[in-house]
Design a protein around this ligand. Structure first.
Ligand code: SME
Length: 155
């Protein structure tokens, strides 16, 4: 537990450094994907979906992991679309139990989706898949919500 808290504390500092440093939003979001996937053992696919111009769908942004065919997801569809519609973090311990689930790899067993808000409006989401069942705990949620609060400054 303490190890994880230390790791998340270090990573949050790195995210803050990265967001305030040079580079485009795309580059910074990609750097965050790489940082999270490389340093957290149970994060296997890490990516962003950005709210499209219609404000009714999510467009795949920077990501690290296997390619996905879900490049555009309507609000309400899949875990990502549900999180956008409900405007809150969704943690799915067992993706096989979600009727609405959009699979990007048969290896994925659990998922977390965290919205990014700017001035009260949802502008994107951080989506993380794990090959382990029930991989995401309260500590992950708190950490990833802090990461997304920090990333809001890029929008
Ligand atoms: N599983 C997501 C789709 C995105 S892929 O995992 C990259 C969903 O159900 O919305």
């Amino acid at each position: 537990m303490k190890d994880k808290r230390d790791l998340f504390g270090r990573l949050l500092s790195q995210v803050k450094e990265s967001t305030s440093g040079p580079g485009s939003r795309e580059e910074k979001l990609l750097a965050v994907c790489q940082m999270l996937r490389d340093q957290v053992r149970h994060y296997h696919w890490v990516g962003f979906y950005l709210v499209g111009e219609s404000k009714e769908d999510l467009i795949l942004g920077p990501y690290v992991g296997e390619p996905t065919r879900h490049t555009k997801i309507s609000f309400g569809h899949g875990v990502c679309g549900m999180a956008a519609e409900k405007r809150r973090t969704l943690m799915v311990p067992d993706v096989s139990k979600v009727r609405n689930y959009l699979s990007c790899s048969p290896k994925v067993q659990s998922e977390i989706v965290v919205p990014i808000f700017k001035d009260g409006a949802i502008v994107g989401e951080l989506d993380i898949d794990s090959h382990a069942a029930a991989a995401f705990k309260g500590q992950d949620r708190v950490f990833l919500e802090e990461v997304c609060e920090e990333l809001a400054s890029l929008f």
